[in-house]
Design a protein around this ligand. Structure first.
Ligand SMILES: [Zn+2]
Ligand SMILES: [Zn+2]
Length: 388
């Protein structure tokens, strides 16, 4: 396929989202096996449709509905009556302003509030609870869950575009499970509707329909992490797949932030045992303070000692370290690990991006700094966004 045809093809795929991007289907409490849950409207009007037939109206205050999975069916009650046993129940929104609260009763979990409707089914005594929600409400909920309620406005705009891009790029991720996205870290954290900060809602509105694309107009893998420690990572050094826009950048914006520095301690004995376990040719005699010292001024991919090497990502995972960006200094019987950053280090650095916003950089400046050679585009109007 030549490049022009490829770009036209990409446009077609990108803009085919136009009709279906309005709502997304997100599995709630996806990490848990919910048997019983309670739903009650907080705002607006809803109808309960069971097996595609209307059962009752449910409005704020006058209806609390209990749902229990029984095998592959759902038993439903309101305060007064058993409504029946059904294979599928939909709670359908009938007013523009709407929200509902949901709380699992078995197991007992924290109550959450969402907008939009709900589709309930059951399988092997487990409820599948799917929120049918407008993309913008979903993005706002994700931005609040992923970024907290006290960040700068321009940063929220950059994060809203990133979360929207990620969502549209992953609509098929759970297609075999019967929904599009889960509410956990596996997709994007969506633990509530956005309630705590109106500037998130405004940021989502002001960036409505904006997504990030690469030079072939494909949606980018818009990864982000808490703090890069001063230098982001090449995607291929962490996940093996190379992306032209996920390239290492030096980042001074995230210095002196909450997750800038960390230290850890490992006994030399444990370290030698570990190296031995992973197949390093090592004896205590060949080790001294010089060979145990490991310095990273710039990010490295491997830890090397006496001709053997191991991926730093494996060490991070095995020792549950905050990042792979650390140096090692022997001290008596211990190794002191002095590290910077928190997270995988690929893509946007959240604490650096927040600092850029505080210094007056725009959301597009932030996105173009962390993702190289990308464009911001309105996926409905097909217009590119100029750098401000
Ligand atoms: Zn998921
Ligand atoms: Zn950073």
């Amino acid at each position: 396929m030549n490049k022009t045809i490829y770009i036209l093809f990409s446009f077609l795929i990108l803009f085919s989202y136009k009709s279906k991007a309005q709502n997304v289907f997100v599995s709630l409490y996806n990490d848990f096996e919910i048997k019983t849950a309670v739903i009650r409207p907080v705002q607006g009007k809803y109808e309960l449709i069971a097996n595609d037939n209307k059962v009752l109206k449910i409005n704020k205050g006058n209806n609390i509905i209990y749902f229990t999975a029984i095998g592959d069916s759902i038993s439903a009650w309101d305060l007064d009556n058993h409504l029946g046993i059904f294979r599928k129940i939909e709670i359908v929104v009938k007013s523009k302003k709407n929200s509902f609260r949901i709380q699992p009763a078995y197991p007992a979990l924290k109550e959450r509030e969402y907008q939009g409707g709900v589709v309930l089914t059951a399988k092997e005594n487990r409820l599948l609870i799917i929120n049918n929600v407008n993309l913008d409400y979903y993005v706002a909920g994700v931005v609040e869950s992923e970024c907290g309620p006290n960040a700068p406005y321009e940063y929220y705009k950059s994060q809203a575009i990133i979360c929207r891009t990620y969502a549209l790029d992953h609509l098929s991720r759970h297609i075999q499970d019967g929904f599009q996205l889960c509410d956990c870290v596996h997709c994007q954290v969506y633990k509530n509707r956005c309630r705590k900060n109106d500037s998130i809602l405004l940021a989502v509105k002001k960036t409505q329909n904006l997504v990030i694309v690469d030079s072939t107009l494909s949606l980018i893998a818009a990864t982000f992490h808490s703090n890069c420690g001063g230098q982001t990572m090449n995607s291929e050094d962490v996940w093996s797949s190379e992306k032209s826009y996920l390239k290492s950048v030096i980042d001074t914006f995230c210095n002196n932030q909450v997750h800038s520095n960390w230290t850890d301690t490992i006994s030399i004995k444990d370290w030698i045992t570990y190296l031995d376990t992973i197949g390093f040719d090592i004896t205590q005699k060949t080790l001294n303070n010089d060979s145990l010292t490991f310095i990273q001024k710039h990010r490295k991919k491997y830890y090397r000692i006496n001709g053997d090497s191991i991926l730093l990502t494996k060490i991070r995972s095995d020792f549950k370290l905050k990042s792979t960006f650390f140096s090692i200094y022997p001290e008596n019987d211990y190794l002191i690990l002095k590290g910077t950053g928190y997270g995988h280090g690929v893509g946007l650095c959240q604490e650096g991006a927040m600092q850029m916003a505080r210094y007056g950089y725009s959301y597009s400046n932030i996105i173009y700094f962390y993702y190289r050679g990308v464009s911001i585009i309105n996926f409905r109007s097909k217009k590119f966004v100029d750098i401000k």
